[in-house]
Design a binder for this molecule. Structure first.
Ligand code: SF4
Ligand code: SF4
Length: 181
């Protein structure tokens, strides 16, 4: 499977990595390129080679976790390559193959807390998300002093807002998980 990962990428995301002609516009516009170990155009080049070693480097990179999915790269790309979708796919591979970058531990905790909140309530429940994130990272007191001001301004709801059809949300999550297996 690993030798044919360009095909896997295409099948799972619709992204044709060979369409990239290395113009570099994605990297030039990416707001987080400086924080990444490989900017997006490098990621494209590594994947284009079809070399399993480069696949491994991408999956273990910090880049895939720093990407905000802001879509600036997609908007700038003359070939309309959906890099954010590719990054998302690489994050899922990184998690499922247990090859996450150690520097990304807190980002991954946030990612999991965010998805749990959406799965349970259908919306973003900020207090639940923060509590879950703090337990995962053990940063229990960090930023606690901001909470009273946020309450006063109505930025935090004690009771979560729930969507009506939560069963449907659960079924989206379970279908997605089944697809990944
Ligand atoms: S989606 Fe990710 S890679 Fe693309 S510009 Fe935004 S942060 Fe950079
Ligand atoms: S902007 Fe598009 S074509 Fe240019 S390097 Fe990035 S992905 Fe490749």
């Amino acid at each position: 499977m690993k030798a044919d990962f360009k095909h896997d990428i295409l099948k799972s995301t619709g992204v044709h990595v060979d369409k990239c002609y290395q113009c570099g516009k994605c990297s030039a516009g990416c707001p987080l390129a400086e924080e990444m170990d490989y900017p997006p155009s490098y990621v494209m080049r590594m994947l284009q080679t079809g070399n399993p070693e480069f696949r491994e480097k991408v999956i273990r990179s910090f880049t895939i976790w720093v990407c905000l999915s802001c879509e600036t790269c997609y908007a700038r790309c003359p070939m309309s390559i959906e890099i954010p979708r590719l990054m998302d796919y690489m994050r899922e591979l990184s998690l499922s193959e247990k090859k996450t970058n150690p520097k990304a531990r807190e980002i991954i905790s946030f990612h999991k807390s965010f998805l749990d909140s959406i799965e349970k309530t259908g919306r973003l429940y900020e207090i639940g998300l923060l509590a879950d994130y703090k337990v995962r990272t053990l940063k229990l007191m960090q930023d606690v002093q901001l909470a009273p001001a946020m309450f006063r301004r109505g930025k935090l709801n004690i009771v979560p807002e729930l969507i009506r059809d939560r069963k449907r949300m659960s079924s989206i999550f379970s279908k997605t998980l089944k697809k990944k297996k």
